[in-house]
Write a protein that binds this ligand. Structure first.
Ligand code: FMN
Length: 328
C-alpha cells in the first residue's frame, strides 16, 4: 500500500494508542513486522502552549521508521502549526485524530466531536494539508452515534482536500468500546473514496485480519489492543495473509527477551521512576496466558525498580514450562 509516496509494507499497522504506542513500543512493533506505527495523540493546543510533554511525545526513534505523528485538535490554525512541528520532528506522515471519544477531548470540539461538524473537520484537514509537504492521513470513527453515520460523507470531503489515506475504527463515538466493531462501516467508507482505507477494530487474530480485508475491501489493517504484550501479532498476521499458514507462537525465551527489551527501552526514554509503574501492566501482558501467569501478574503490580522487574522476568523464565497460548 502507498500513502502518497510512502510505501507501507506489509499493510499491517500499529494503531495510535495514548499510553501504549510510545517510542519504546513502536520500535518493538516495527521490529516484529508492523508496516507503520503512529504515535500517541498529541494535542495541538498543548503544543502551542509549549508543553514539554507534547514536544517529548513527538520524539522519534531511528529504529521505528516509517512513522506518523498523530495530532488532535479542532482549531485549523493550531492544527496547521502542530503539523509543521511534526514535520520538523521527522515524521513521514501526519495523522489527524477525528475519533477520540474521551469526554474531555470532545467537549473542546476535538477528536470524534469533528464527526458532527463536517465543515470544520474538512477545514482542519485542508489547513493541515496546506501546511506540510508530508502525506496527511485522518483517523475517524463511523460517526457520532447510530443515527449519524457521517464517516462516508466526511471521507469523500477529506479526499477532496488532499488527505492521502483514511483509517476507520468501525464503531461510533456512542459505542465507545462496548459493542463489537461493525466492519460494514469500513466498506461504506471504502466505496466512497479512491485513497487507501485502513480498517480498524477488533482484529485479534490473523484470521480476523484476512476476514476484515475480504469483507470490506480495505487496503490495510490497523491493530491496537491485540498487540498488548503480543507484538508478534504483526508477523503472524502478515505471514497468514501471504501464505494462509500460521507461524508458531513465541517461545518463552522470545517472550522474556522482548519483555526485557521493552523494559530497557522504556527506562532509557522515561527514566526508572516513570517507566516502572508504566511497565507493570505491559510486563503482565507479556506473561499473560502462560503457566502461573496470574501469580506473576500480581507480582508485576508491585514492581518498584528496574532490578526487580528484570528479576521477575528471570524468575518467570526459569519456571516457565511453555504451553501454547490461546491464539494457536
Ligand atoms: C489505551 C488506548 C489508547 C488509545 N489512544 C488513541 C489515540 O491516542 N489516538 C487514536 O486515534 N486512537 C486511540 N485509541 C484507539 C485505537 O487506535 C483503536 O482505534 C481502537 O483500540 C480499536 O482498535 P483495536 O480493536 O485493534 O484495539 C486508543 C485505544 C486504546 C485501547
Amino acid at each position: 500500500m502507498r500513502i502518497g509516496d510512502l510505501v507501507i509494507d506489509p499493510p499491517v499497522m500499529l494503531a495510535p494508542m495514548a499510553g501504549v504506542s510510545n517510542r519504546a513500543f513502536r520500535a518493538i512493533a516495527r521490529s516484529q513486522g508492523a508496516g507503520l506505527c503512529i504515535t500517541e495523540m498529541i494535542n495541538a493546543n498543548a503544543l502551542l502552549h509549549q508543553s514539554a510533554k507534547s514536544y517529548w511525545l513527538m520524539e522519534l526513534d531511528p529504529g521505528e521508521y516509517p512513522v506518523g505523528i498523530q495530532i488532535a485538535g479542532s482549531d485549523p490554525k493550531a492544527m496547521a502549526l502542530a503539523a509543521k512541528e511534526a514535520e520538523g520532528h521527522g515524521a513521514q506522515l501526519v495523522d489527524i485524530n477525528m475519533g477520540c471519544p474521551v469526554s474531555k477531548v470532545v467537549k473542546n470540539g476535538d477528536g470524534s466531536a469533528l464527526l458532527k461538524d463536517l465543515d470544520r473537520a474538512t477545514e482542519v484537514a485542508a489547513r493541515v494539508v496546506e501546511a506540510v509537504h508530508l502525506p496527511v492521513t485522518v483517523k475517524i470513527r463511523a460517526g457520532w452515534d447510530n443515527e449519524s453515520i457521517t464517516a462516508p460523507d466526511l471521507a469523500a470531503r477529506l479526499e477532496q482536500v488532499g488527505v492521502k489515506a483514511l483509517a476507520i475504527h468501525a464503531r461510533t463515538r456512542a459505542d465507545q468500546y462496548m459493542r463489537p466493531a461493525n466492519w460494514s462501516y469500513i466498506k461504506m467508507v471504502k466505496s466512497r473514496v479512491s485513497i487507501p482505507v485502513i480498517g480498524n477494530g477488533d482484529v485479534e487474530t490473523p484470521e480476523d485480519a484476512v476476514s476484515m480485508l475480504q469483507q470490506t475491501g480495505a487496503d490495510a489493517v490497523m491493530i491496537g489492543r491485540a498487540s498488548f504484550g503480543d507484538p508478534w501479532i504483526f508477523r503472524r498476521v502478515t505471514h497468514f495473509m501471504r501464505t494462509g499458514e500460521h507461524l508458531p507462537p513465541p517461545t518463552a525465551e522470545e517472550r522474556s527477551t522482548l519483555a526485557r527489551e521493552h523494559l530497557d527501552r522504556m527506562v532509557a526514554i522515561k527514566g526508572e521512576k516513570v517507566a516502572i509503574p508504566e511497565m507493570r501492566k505491559q510486563l503482565s501482558w507479556y506473561l499473560k496466558g502462560t503457566p502461573q501467569s496470574s501469580r506473576y501478574r500480581a507480582e508485576c503490580n508491585k514492581l518498584t525498580s528496574y532490578r526487580q522487574a528484570h528479576e521477575l522476568v528471570d524468575d518467570w523464565l526459569a519456571g516457565a514450562r511453555y504451553e501454547p497460548p490461546s491464539w494457536t
